[in-house]
Design a protein around this ligand. Structure first.
Ligand SMILES: [Zn+2]
Length: 454
């Protein structure tokens, strides 16, 4: 394997306490050296990469994706999902368990790891289900799943309704030392809701999902989980009220972290009125005040990391034949007929995100909501800590040579038809973004170069 010398870039590694002009030598899959710019002689066998004007970050890590493999190859496969991840600048993704079969046995976890190894590209960490079949009744074998490679436990997609099961699951998670990631929705309150409760839902004539659906469940789960000793992680937080609960629990010393998705810090419920199924997810796009609170949380440290919640869906699952024309994208939909309003609830939840997350996160840097080191903390260092990936999330010598080289100024237009993901379900088509992953390096090898259209 050829060594790589990345020269002349701005190296941003908050875990290593570095932000400045450094050269980086990657050899044999590891970071071999880091030194002030031009201080490293180029070894004869090294490929020299000019990084002038570029940012060099620890490889981005996404703690929450749905790759649909095994089970739903029409939506995504591990191979297509990991290619999309690499194109988006991610070197590692944590793949959720709501596959078919569910990732609730070591065999499925091993299948996912083997598929990922064969695919190349980004690395995959399997997320184990908490309960068998995601049915919420019987716990998986936590020790066996951890031994098979799982580094996070979650029934994501489905909340854990039974308090006793959640309590027992937290004890098991504490015993293996990995976090439990919680999808926070009280289904008695979400009902058949299509979008955030309020004026948009009323005008369209669809059922709404109240803030309380998230806040009530976070309040309950923190009360159960916090004393257990398990690291608790709140997935895709979407409301100011939910975030206030997390902040308060942490102020009392709770071992709790949380993540936010690009769609939740970029769009509010008004986007649902324009994009319908392609802006329908759980939890839903919230109010403008909620979006402001999520951005503030990313900036002030109360939100620890960015997660795409990449959820690939085919047009059939999204009922695009019925709803595509009703939600034109360039303007708001007209009020729906009662039968359409009801049918919309059946359109699958979720949006793809791997190929747009970095560009959307960079909007926060360009508009000075966060700085570049904070971006690296949110997208690399902190997810590495959640998953206990000791040799990732940093560029210190001895770490894996997982590196994301960013061209922060390259402007491009989101073109879903060019996604490497198999799915196109996004409300961001046509959006102008500034900044791309110029190079994605995994284990010292370049697995993706910018494929932007511009
Ligand atoms: Zn979820």
């Amino acid at each position: 394997m050829r060594a790589l010398l990345l020269r002349g870039g701005r190296v941003i590694d908050p875990a290593g306490g570095i932000d400045g002009a450094f050269d980086l030598l990657a050899r044999d899959g590891e970071i071999a050296a880091i030194a002030p710019s031009r201080a490293l002689p180029a070894p004869d066998d090294a490929e020299l990469i000019d990084c002038a004007g570029r940012w060099i970050l620890p490889g981005l890590i996404d703690p929450h994706v749905h790759l649909r493999d095994p089970g739903f190859p029409e939506k995504e496969t591990i191979a297509s999902g990991l290619r999309a991840a690499a194109a988006g600048g991610f070197t590692t993704v944590a793949a959720m368990a709501n596959t078919n079969p569910v990732d609730d046995t070591p065999e499925i976890a091993r299948y996912m790891i083997e598929r990922a190894r064969a695919a190349g590209g980004a690395r995959l960490i399997p997320v184990s289900a908490v309960t068998r079949g995601l049915a919420g009744r019987e716990l998986v074998d936590f020790a066996a799943m951890a031994a098979a490679g799982a580094r996070l436990f979650s029934d994501d997609g489905i909340p854990i309704d039974d308090e006793a099961i959640l309590s027992a699951a937290c004890e098991r998670a504490a015993s293996v030392g990995f976090a439990i990631s919680l999808h926070e929705e009280d289904r008695a309150l979400t009902g058949h809701g299509c979008c955030h409760a309020g004026a948009v839902a009323k005008r369209l004539g669809v059922a709404g999902i109240p803030t309380a659906a998230e806040a009530a469940r976070i309040r309950r789960d923190l009360a159960i989980a916090v004393g257990s000793g398990a690291p608790v992680h709140i997935a895709h937080i979407s409301t100011a009220e939910g975030l206030a609960l997390v902040r308060a629990a942490r102020a009392r010393g709770a071992n709790v972290t949380c993540e936010a998705a690009p769609h939740h810090f970029t769009l509010d419920v008004a986007a649902f009125a324009r994009y319908g199924p392609n802006a329908k997810m759980a939890p839903p796009l919230r109010s403008a005040d909620d979006v402001a609170a999520i951005r503030a949380g990313l900036a002030d440290g109360s939100i620890d990391m960015i997660a795409t919640d990449h959820a690939a869906h085919d047009p059939g699952s999204k009922r695009m034949a019925r709803f595509g024309a009703l939600f034109p994208g360039d303007r708001e939909a007209a009020p729906l007929a009662a039968a359409d309003a009801e049918a919309l609830a059946g359109a699958a939840n979720g949006v793809v995100g791997l190929e747009t997350a970095l560009g959307l996160a960079l909007e926060l840097v360009h508009n000075r909501t966060i700085d570049a080191p904070r971006l690296a903390a949110l997208m690399a260092a902190n997810p590495a800590r959640l998953l206990r990936l000791e040799r990732q999330g940093t560029l210190m010598p001895g770490a894996f040579a997982d590196i994301t080289v960013i061209d922060p100024d390259a402007e491009w237009t989101v073109a879903p038809e060019n996604f490497l993901s198999k799915s196109r379900n996004t409300p961001f088509g046509g959006r102008r973004l500034k900044g791309v992953a110029a190079l994605t390096i995994v284990n010292g090898q370049i697995v993706s170069r910018a494929h932007r259209d511009q």
